[in-house]
Ligand binder design. Structure first.
Ligand SMILES: Nc1nc2c(ncn2[C@@H]2O[C@H](COP(=O)(O)OP(=O)(O)O)[C@@H](O)[C@H]2O)c(=O)[nH]1
Ligand SMILES: [Mg+2]
Length: 223
């Protein structure tokens, strides 16, 4: 039986973290490792620890720096990423795990069918452009390249040397995709956030665009 790790980066997510961790434990019937890489000044790490998560402190250096540490710390055969803001419905985790058991290397939860009502319009536009660009450049149809919710086979996480910060989610998809690993997307609902966003949509778009160009065009085959 595959061991499962759910890993999250958190920065001041005290409004959501308790609910998210409890839902993970309920959904997985406690048969799960939860890893949190935390850069908060609020109660987030305390709440996470009390609920049994492994909390690693890291001064806040951005989304991808924290998520990279989190995926590398997970000890499971299957590593699942999630935002700690209650936007990704946790009930989808078993579906993602099932896809990996069917032989896929990555199962990715797409928020981008239609216009997701809880996403800011600037983010909707940016995400549509990025997905179209990756589709054209990789010749593989993808709908959401920046989702925070995916399941990865452990080998994928340890096969590449990850370089991106804001663009890490795109990198985690594009490099395995171009390398020929089997990737499957499922559609999920995207819920309203608890607490404030930590990322700037405009700066975020530009740095993810850089990531897409870098890995779709210039580093196609390099590990
Ligand atoms: N440890 C850590 N976590 C971060 C940092 N920046 C963002 N996060 C977390 O990364 C996840 C994604 O950020 P979020 O604000 O939800 O971005 P959005 O989904 O684009 O609005 C959330 O769980 C944040 O708390 C950081 O610098 N350090
Ligand atoms: Mg979020």
């Amino acid at each position: 039986m595959d061991k499962i790790s759910v890993v999250m980066a958190t920065r001041n997510e005290e409004k959501a973290i308790g609910k998210v961790i409890t839902e993970i434990q309920d959904t997985m019937q406690d048969d799960v490792e939860i890893v949190v890489v935390d850069g908060s000044v609020d109660e987030t790490p305390k709440i996470a620890r009390q609920l049994g998560a492994r909390v690693i402190s890291q001064s806040p250096k951005g989304y991808g720096i924290a998520v990279k540490r989190a995926v590398l710390e997970g000890t499971g055969d299957i590593i699942i990423t999630l935002d700690a803001d209650d936007t990704y419905p946790v009930e989808n985790i078993p579906r993602l795990v099932e896809i990996l058991r069917d032989g896929y290397a990555i199962a990715s939860a797409s928020r981008m069918q239609g216009i997701p009502p809880n996403m800011r319009l600037l983010n909707v536009l940016g995400n549509k452009i990025l997905a179209l660009l990756v589709t054209l450049l990789s010749l593989r149809r993808v709908h959401d390249v920046t989702t925070g919710m995916r399941a990865y086979r452990r080998e994928i996480i340890h096969w590449f040397d990850w370089t991106e910060n804001t663009g890490l989610s795109a990198e985690l998809l594009i490099r395995p995709l171009i390398h020929g690993y089997k990737v499957k997307e499922i559609d999920i609902r995207y819920d309203a956030r608890l607490g404030e966003t930590k990322l700037d949509p405009f700066k975020g778009f530009l740095s993810i665009l850089k990531t897409v160009v870098k890995y779709c065009l210039f580093h196609r085959r390099k590990r």
